[in-house]
Design a protein around this ligand. Sequence first.
Ligand SMILES: O=C(O)CCC(=O)C(=O)O
Ligand SMILES: [Mn+2]
Length: 199
Amino acid sequence: MRVNLRGFDIRKLYLDEARQRAVLDDIRAVARAAPFFRPDTPMGRPMSVRMTAAGRYGWFSDRKGYRYVDRHPGGGDWPPIPDSLLAIWRDLVGDDRLPDCCLVNHYGEGAKMGLHQDRDEADFSWPVVSVSLGDDGLFRMGNPTRGGKTESVWLASGDVVVMGGEARLAFHGIDRIRGGSSRLLPKGGRLNLTLRVVD
Ligand SMILES: O=C(O)CCC(=O)C(=O)O
Ligand SMILES: [Mn+2]
């Protein structure tokens, strides 16, 4: 099923269970090479989400602000973006340009992500492609400027969202996680993978 809400192109169950498991195995390998860490917000508070990344760039945040960085905070390179994820990008966006970052967010049961725009990339003509695995997450979609009405949708395991066009700079966030709604991750929780063209 495919739903378009405010330019957010939502593909329900884009990945069947076998493909979800294949992506999950690849993300586990990424997390072995580049362990999850918990960044601080620029306000100095720890984020509720744990993060890591694959590709030429990962993402980092501390008191100096949010930014893309070319190394894991432990000092090593980020591992390459797994082919299982590049295949999703090729299917949905094409292969004129491949993403150079796959940001990996892990949400435990109480984790959330406040409304924000993805605007640290150089070229907004490329979409951000988001892949959800594990427990359902309540995804809120707003407008290109702060404020105004929002709409929410539960993203389930295997759902993919293409944020392009008018949705590319729209505010969005995750309000809450529905614990125990998926059995994909043995310890529960939700993984969200976002593919991005950074520069
Ligand atoms: O977890 C999600 O579905 C959204 C993640 C997100 O917006 C981000 O990482 O910038
Ligand atoms: Mn975002």
